[in-house]
Design a binder for this molecule. Structure first.
Ligand SMILES: [Fe+2]
Ligand SMILES: [Fe+2]
Length: 391
């Protein structure tokens, strides 16, 4: 691996470590030392180096950094730069000494709000980072109509969901056309490059639960839909419905959604209402009921029903889930288990989550779709070591 590619890998690992560990943690310290060594090596003999992002590719001092296909570290860094309103970073002589301060100021944060370049520069300044500068994005990258790469499509979808949920929480009508566009882009990207999108979904498991979760569920659902050979229009409907599957949570108290640790019986009683609340919120929209909205309503209502008719809401007589709900139920459980925020005390590795889910094939989950799902996410299981690192 070239020295610049090594730096990208080390920075990626460092930022992920900074988002889960404190600065004194031993695991963090090791990664910090490795990143500092990689940076110091590149800075030796040159006053400054530049890492720049363009169309989901990284450039080192103007030269493209060769990245093996399927590696997500470059995608991740491009996404983080974009979210920070930056097109790159400049590291000047001695910058390795400020790398810890940089990592904690720049790490992915719970609120996935996009920042302006000025805001990012201010955050770095306040953290005492003077030798690492956020560079402006290349001129007119967005204006020139550069097609969005996987990281951009993914993060735009997260922002769309964040926007939708905050509108719903404020009692305002969500803008469905924005969500439709996000779902169509996700569907196109998953069909074109499923591995890149699945890797992004796996990476986002540390982030604020509901927004990234909805996009992850959409990506996993689309990966199943692609394997089933669904035509593009149906894929877009599946992705759209999945984005809204937890809309009902916007009607629940915020403290409950963000509650750390395990939920008690009373919390669960409230939480079990979100499928019905979501379906009601979608039905209450002042707009004609088209087929994607109808599917979204059934996904919101049925995604916690089980394949064998158990689950919630409890229905008498039991009802069989629609195909899209069975797909979303798998995607939902997988993301919940690998994120470790809800239903489980700790994040499981993808392999461990699949092993656990296998016990529910035929009862909780559609056994045929479960096999399709393993085939879809299986591409990541043979992928690089970092996929398991965070678990
Ligand atoms: Fe749910
Ligand atoms: Fe969910």
């Amino acid at each position: 691996m070239s020295a610049p590619a090594e730096l990208v890998r080390r920075l990626f690992v460092l930022l992920k470590a900074a988002s889960v560990y404190g600065p004194e943690n031993e695991g963090y310290r090791t990664r910090s030392r490795e990143a500092r060594e990689a940076l110091a090596g590149l800075l030796a003999g040159s006053g400054a180096v530049r890492l720049e992002a363009r169309e989901d590719r990284l450039f080192f001092n103007g030269a493209p950094i060769p990245v093996p296909p399927g590696e997500a570290d470059a995608l991740f860094l491009c996404g983080e730069l974009r979210r920070g309103g930056a097109g790159g970073l400049e590291f000047r002589h001695g910058a390795e000494g400020q790398l810890d301060a940089f990592a904690f100021a720049f790490k992915p944060r719970a609120a996935r709000r996009t920042r302006s370049l000025e805001e990012t520069a201010g955050t770095l300044r306040n953290a005492g980072v003077s030798l690492i500068t956020a560079l402006p994005p290349p001129d007119g990258e967005a204006a020139a109509g550069v097609p969005a790469g996987p990281a951009e499509v993914f993060h735009r979808a997260v922002e769309t969901v964040e926007h939708l949920m905050s509108r719903a929480r404020a009692g305002e009508e969500p803008d469905l056309s924005e969500a439709k566009a996000a779902a169509e882009n996700l569907a196109r990207q998953v069909a074109a490059d499923p591995q890149a999108m699945l890797e992004l979904a796996i990476l986002e498991r540390f982030d604020e639960y509901t927004y990234a979760h909805s996009v992850n569920v959409s990506v996993y659902s689309l990966a199943i839909g692609c394997r089933l050979g669904l035509r593009p229009a149906l894929l877009a409907e599946l992705g759209f419905g999945a984005l809204f599957h937890d809309l009902g949570k916007a009607s629940l108290p915020r403290e409950l959604i963000d509650k750390p640790g395990e939920l008690d019986e009373n919390d669960w009683r409230l939480m079990r209402r979100h499928p019905l609340l979501g379906a009601e919120a979608l039905l209450a929209l002042r707009r004609p009921l088209d087929s994607s909205l109808a599917r979204a309503i059934s996904i919101a209502f049925e995604h916690h029903l089980a394949f064998d008719g158990s689950g919630y809401p409890r229905l008498q007589p039991p009802r069989r889930q629609e195909l899209f709900s069975r797909i979303c139920a798998l995607a939902d459980a997988f993301d919940a288990m690998t994120s470790g925020r809800v239903y489980a005390k700790r994040a499981m590795s993808p392999d461990e989550a699949l092993r656990r889910m296998a016990q529910g094939a035929g009862t909780a989950f559609d056994p045929f779709l479960f096999r399709v799902f393993i085939g879809a996410v299986g591409v990541s299981r043979s992928a690089p070591w970092w996929l398991r690192m965070a678990a």
